[in-house]
Design a protein around this ligand. Structure first.
Ligand SMILES: [Zn+2]
Ligand SMILES: [Zn+2]
Length: 391
């Protein structure tokens, strides 16, 4: 690490462990938000507000006017029973910080503390967004964005711990995550005795044709160089071998990394369902569940983030691909230019083969100062006009 400022690593680790032991589910982050607000108040010099019951926003005004840079952490945990066995494991039955949001919150607290100390060097303002409810659509980001949290913000940055080498930083130059949508489909046929199929409309046969045809959506309607997935993850129908049931029910998951593809996939799915059902005389109900949009990293802001990360992590910071998971950070990047980064928190080589959302998910805490340093360096690179040499 080559940071030009001191990072309160021990303190960040202690915050992370405290948060980890006291996880709260989406929209219920009351104690977490209280803890964050009290800690921020303790730094002095920050304007701390609570835009919603379980979110916290703090503003640091630099010594001179200028642009406003936002940094975001999410604070919610997941409905999982922790199996890590760490001494600071969850004290709340059935709730666990299994996505690393405890680390995100602790790192952003650390960055706030460091930047308060560097206030004299800043032209502009820093807005620290401690967001609730990332894990549960419609998501806390959308709520805060619609509430106006970005009104005076010129650029926004966030990072996520991932299963990659400790302290590495990956900055995607395009899509950093996918859009995640899906639909429930009920195909309504007409039940009949299995020996008299001509008297019914077999919804299992129709569903089977729909499943096969849905598999042509990405292979025949989407540019082969684009990432897109249509997966039928659920198909339920019937109770007996000799009875044609009335209905069949499907659950389908859809992911894309491009807004046009997202619309194309939705349109083709609908056309296929309608066409196949029409051909067999079946009716249907389709019920779309819209998830988060793609996090689109702004090329300029991604370059800023990568340059800053390199000053902290050296060669361990690089451009790289996004994730096939989805993130509500998209609610911010749809409104202001920004970049979302991935921070390596350990791999199987560190004894951590578990991905985010696994009951044994854990991080190597050596990654924490890298995240703090990257946050701080991004702000310095954008708002510190007292630096003479820019590396
Ligand atoms: Zn998650
Ligand atoms: Zn997450």
């Amino acid at each position: 690490m080559a940071a030009q400022f001191d990072i309160p690593t021990e303190q960040v680790v202690a915050w992370r462990r405290h948060l980890h032991a006291h996880p709260e589910l989406s929209y219920q982050e009351h104690q977490t938000a209280d803890f964050v607000a009290a800690t921020l108040d303790g730094f002095g010099g920050l304007e701390v507000t609570r835009p919603t019951e379980t979110s916290v926003v703090a503003v640091l005004r630099g010594a001179r006017p200028g642009k406003t840079v936002a940094l975001r952490a999410d604070m919610d945990a997941l409905p999982l029973t922790e199996e890590t066995g760490v001494e600071f494991a969850s004290t709340v039955p059935g709730v666990m910080h299994a996505c690393g949001h405890d680390a995100h919150t602790a790192m952003l607290l650390g960055a706030a503390q460091v930047l308060v100390g560097l206030r004299e060097r800043l032209s502009g303002a820093v807005k620290f967004i401690f967001q609730h409810a990332e894990e549960q659509p419609p998501g806390g980001a959308l709520e805060l964005a619609e509430d106006g949290v970005l009104v005076d913000v010129d650029a926004i940055f966030g990072l996520h711990v991932m299963n990659q080498p400790v302290g590495s930083v990956i900055v995607p130059t395009g899509p950093a995550s996918t859009s995640a949508d899906g639909f429930w489909l009920t195909i309504k046929g007409q039940g009949s005795h299995g020996s008299m199929p001509q008297k019914g409309i077999d919804p299992i046969l129709v569903a089977s044709q729909v499943v096969l045809a849905l598999n042509t959506v990405t292979s025949r309607s989407i540019d082969p160089t684009h990432m897109a997935v249509v997966s039928v993850g659920m198909l339920q129908a019937g109770d007996a071998p000799n009875v044609i049931p009335d209905t069949a029910r499907l659950g389908v998951s859809v992911r894309t990394t491009d807004a046009d593809d997202r619309a194309t996939v939705a349109r083709r799915c609908e056309e296929i369902v309608q066409g196949v059902c029409d051909a067999y005389g079946a009716a249907y109900d389709i019920d779309w569940v819209r998830g988060y949009a793609v996090v689109d990293n702004d090329p300029e802001m991604a370059a800023v983030a990568l340059a800053a990360a390199r000053k902290i992590a050296g060669d361990a910071a690089s451009e790289g691909p996004g994730t096939s998971a989805s993130e509500d950070f998209s609610a911010y990047t749809q409104r202001v230019p920004g970049a979302f980064l991935f921070l390596g928190a350990g791999t199987a080589q560190d004894g951590l083969p578990f991905q985010n959302h696994h009951p044994k998910f854990d991080i190597v805490e050596d990654c924490l100062p890298v995240g703090v340093g990257t946050h701080v360096q991004i702000v310095l690179d954008l708002l510190d006009d007292t630096q003479e040499e820019a590396r």
